[in-house]
Design a binder for this molecule. Structure first.
Ligand SMILES: C[S@@+](CC[C@H](N)C(=O)[O-])C[C@H]1O[C@@H](n2cnc3c(N)ncnc32)[C@H](O)[C@@H]1O
Length: 277
């Protein structure tokens, strides 16, 4: 397991991931996070020869796509604190694409100005403290370099998240309250704009995007939530209660299922592009 040099208060656990969650993430994210990631890469206008840092790269699907955009003259480094996900990503390594276990809170080993673009796709909402990482992203970017963030929007819980929240507030799970109501740390557009401005970035574009997502079943929706949260969705519960919580969540989700059993949710994502001053 990756151990931080210093603990980050409130940060999600990095100790709950397992091989099955990592494999599930690889499979499920291909039609979800990967799609928003490709759009983010297009918005950033990533082109041939650029040096790109993909922070929180997960199993590396997006980094691999970006490696195609930058071509042989460019290079992509994907970092993620979850060794099992970096293990899967590493099978994609090639001359212009490398993966390392690494953390947004510890980029010290990366030289100043060594990247043209920093990408965070579905990662920013996992960072409790955002100023430190943004300052580090600015340091490793050359002046005029770009940052692209696609993240969960503050104030919008999708149907799966709100059903999970209701289930976890019921007995016996309510005996194990989370320290915080939500496991992610979402921002509103104005907050992200202010964060950019105070950390040396010119906000170039901020946009909220709405879309509809479909999980094939209640079971798939629960699995997706666990894999995307690297085990944190039920991570605060004792092991013997986790399966009960999953079953309760599946039952509650089944009540809102479509006739074919699928679960439809809306998604609100905040996309932000900034330029390093
Ligand atoms: C939903 S996944 C997104 C993965 C990938 N970016 C994608 O587009 O599929 C969130 C990722 O954020 C990573 N993450 C969480 N905390 C992080 C941190 N402090 N630094 C870097 N990555 C982090 C997790 O390990 C996980 O792989």
């Amino acid at each position: 397991m990756y151990l931080r040099a210093r603990p980050i208060e409130g940060a999600p656990s990095l100790a709950l991931d397992n091989a099955s969650l990592a494999l599930d993430y690889e499979r499920i994210s291909a039609t979800r996070q990967f799609e928003s990631g490709k759009r983010l890469a297009a918005d950033l206008g990533i082109g041939a020869g650029e040096r790109v840092l993909d922070v929180g790269c997960g199993t590396g699907l997006l980094a691999c796509h970006i490696a195609e955009l930058v071509g042989r003259e460019g290079r992509v480094l994907g970092i993620d604190p979850l060794p099992l996900r970096i293990g899967l990503a590493s099978s994609r390594s090639r001359d212009n694409l490398a993966f390392e276990v690494g953390d947004a809170y510890d980029l010290d080993r990366l030289p100043d100005g060594s990247f043209d673009v920093v990408v965070l796709n579905a990662v920013f909402h996992w960072l409790p403290e955002k100023t430190g990482p943004l300052l580090s992203f600015g340091r490793v970017l050359r002046p005029g370099g770009r940052i692209g963030i696609s993240t969960q929007l503050k104030g919008h819980l999708n149907q799966v998240h709100s059903i999970l929240r209701t289930v976890l507030a019921e007995p016996p799970f309510d005996r194990y309250p989370r320290l915080r109501e939500s496991i992610t740390f979402r921002v509103a557009p104005d907050e992200l704009r202010a964060l950019f401005q105070t950390t040396g970035f010119l906000p170039v574009r901020l946009e909220v995007r709405e879309s509809e997502r479909r999980h094939p079943s209640a079971e798939a929706a629960v699995r997706f939530t666990e894999a995307s949260s690297f085990g944190n969705a039920f991570g605060h519960l004792p092991p013997e209660l986790k399966e009960t919580a999953r079953a309760r969540a599946r039952k509650a989700l089944a009540a809102i299922a479509e006739p074919d059993g699928s679960i439809v949710t809306d998604a609100h994502r905040l996309t932000a592009i900034g330029e390093r001053r």
